[in-house]
Design a protein around this ligand. Sequence first.
Ligand SMILES: [Zn+2]
Length: 459
Amino acid sequence: MADVIIKNGLIMTCEPDVLTGAVYPGGALAVTGNTITDIGPTEEVLKRNPGAGKVIDADGRVVMPGFIITHTHMPYVLGHNQPVDVSQLRSFWDMLQKMGWEWLEDLMTGEGIYAATRYAAVKMMKSGTTTVCDLVEAPAALPGPLTYSAKALEEAGIRAQVGYEVTERIPGVSILEKLDPAMAAKGFEENLAFLEKYSAAGGRISGRLGVHTAYTNSFETLKEARRLADAHGCGIQIHIAEIPRAFLVEKYGKSAPAVLEECGLLGPDVVAAHCIDLDDEDMNILQRNKVNVVHTPMTNSLGGNGVARIPEMLDRGMNVSLGHDCFFTLDTAEYIRYNYLVHKIHNANPALIPPFQALDMVLGNAARALGREQEIGSLKKGKKADILIINPDSPSPTTPASLMSYFTMTFQGSHVETVLVDGRVVIQGRTSTLLDEDELRRECVRQAADLWRRNGIEV
Ligand SMILES: [Zn+2]
């Protein structure tokens, strides 16, 4: 017997992808345990599944798979609006060293990670994100930051892949002066302890080994990352080519993709954020190694990093998904729309990134990037029940023909009414069913204030 039936919805399956997936007006879904067990016209689904535990009437609503964000740093929400001296930020290099490391990551505590991650997870789910890949950076909180992260993710109810960022960087010391492999060793230990508890295959929460970059790690550390990823079957998440290519070429005589290929780190189990300053050969390297590129257009804009060659990558058949670093609002709609628009203006070409492609980047492409395409990213019998029920606040009819444009033109996170993750209703009436949101926000604000004080800011 089904536990949940969602009936009378405009069901968008996105299976096998957004463009060719079936759309059922007046459709229904049955969920048993954490799995979708039936899908089709409402009358037929109700007939096949009498006496379901809970029936949700989705009349006038869109029912679709949950969004998947493949690169974030959830604790970064503590740095939102931090009143720092932005005149010190004249390049991405400054942004990275000051805003990323000195003013944020190096001040992060376990309690801060816990409060920020709970807050971010609930906000993300409320706007439709049901799976997140999170890369935790907190050298002062070692050992144990991932324990805080996992506790928060467990409680919030989101699906997640998590890793700690392995880096040889020493807090407070310029990476140009010195790197320390002992720092990387601590990072590996943190990942391995997590993988022991939350294996790669895992359930709702699983491990994905984190590596910072090619320029903050030695060849030995990068090779060790590949060895461990193979031993645990957990895949790797890393940043590639977010800084100017010349930096790597000056340091190693070759680009980041070339360095990483030489170390054997690249492969189809690698989720690589940014991938901006690439020449044609760098693109060839990422393509031939089947690396999954994560596009993070808003943070790339903030850092003045340039615009990644995403339309070209998609034309090459490379797998590109969407990330956001948790640097701005956590409303998935903003990232879908910004990605949809930025390549058009950058290339003076309105045909680039059509709506279906923008949506695939947070659905099927993202599921593939995380190695979870058999489980999430579309609505299909046998897949995990990660489902959104959306009440479109639209000035025009929402029909099978208008659905795709709705997501790039009109959709806002606040239209998401109900969210299921792993078969459980985690958001109902735009509210978390599991956590008290006022308490979450209060605790997050308190942890942000503590972090700001450690940064010498009076709060
Ligand atoms: Zn990042």
